[in-house]
Design a protein around this ligand. Structure first.
Ligand code: SAM
Length: 180
């Protein structure tokens, strides 16, 4: 899934919620630089070996996807995987991503979120307060495609599906969105 989401990235890529760098092995050729944003120092430590082995320069440029220290229209692509669930104001982070993307640039994403099945969605709403406490602020009940569109993106590819395992935790929105 990570390879599919990273396919088509090129040039300077902003990755929000960089975490432990699990996307690094899936970066396609053609990247010139990765701008990594994440507040977690533990993730940075876990990423260190992967970052050192990566042929592309990876620079940590910030701690918060909601306030990017990046000029307007200055990056070619953005990547977000399993991160929009955790950022407190995901809409603000998406607006920031849109601001820094060059015209023609695209956001590639794979995120879990609100399921269409009413029973699953009910459980997701019930469990989210607990999940937020035990899983670093993670929300189970965000409608990712709506959030992306509300931030001024046009979703040009979207696949939604359940992962195997508990359905409340694994409804995936995988896609690509361009600046509308
Ligand atoms: C579930 S992890 C996913 C990590 C990685 N993207 C992956 O796919 O493995 C969520 C990540 O979002 C990061 N995060 C939390 N708040 C953030 C924020 N305000 N801005 C950017 N990243 C944030 C966390 O530190 C964590 O690394």
């Amino acid at each position: 899934m990570r390879s599919r989401v990273a396919a088509g990235l090129s040039g300077e890529v902003l990755e929000i919620g960089f975490g432990s760098g699990l996307n690094i092995p899936h970066y396609p050729t053609g990247l010139s630089r990765v701008l990594a944003v994440d507040p977690a120092i533990t993730g940075r430590k876990l990423a260190a070996r992967r970052v050192a082995a990566c042929p592309v320069t990876i620079d940590y440029i910030g701690l918060d996807g909601q306030a990017l220290p990046v000029q307007d229209a200055s990056v070619d692509h953005a990547l977000s995987t399993w991160t929009l669930c955790t950022i407190p104001d995901a809409g603000r982070a998406l607006a920031e991503i849109r601001r820094v993307l060059r015209p023609g640039g695209a956001l590639h994403f794979a995120e879990h979120g609100l399921a269409p099945d009413p029973n699953v969605a009910r459980w997701q709403r019930r469990l989210t307060p607990v999940q937020r406490r035990v899983a670093g602020g993670c929300h189970l009940d965000r409608r990712i495609d709506d959030l992306v569109a509300a931030a001024g993106f046009k979703v040009i590819r979207l696949e939604t599906y359940y992962l195997s395992g508990p359905r409340a935790l694994g409804y995936i929105y995988e896609g690509v969105a361009t600046r509308a």
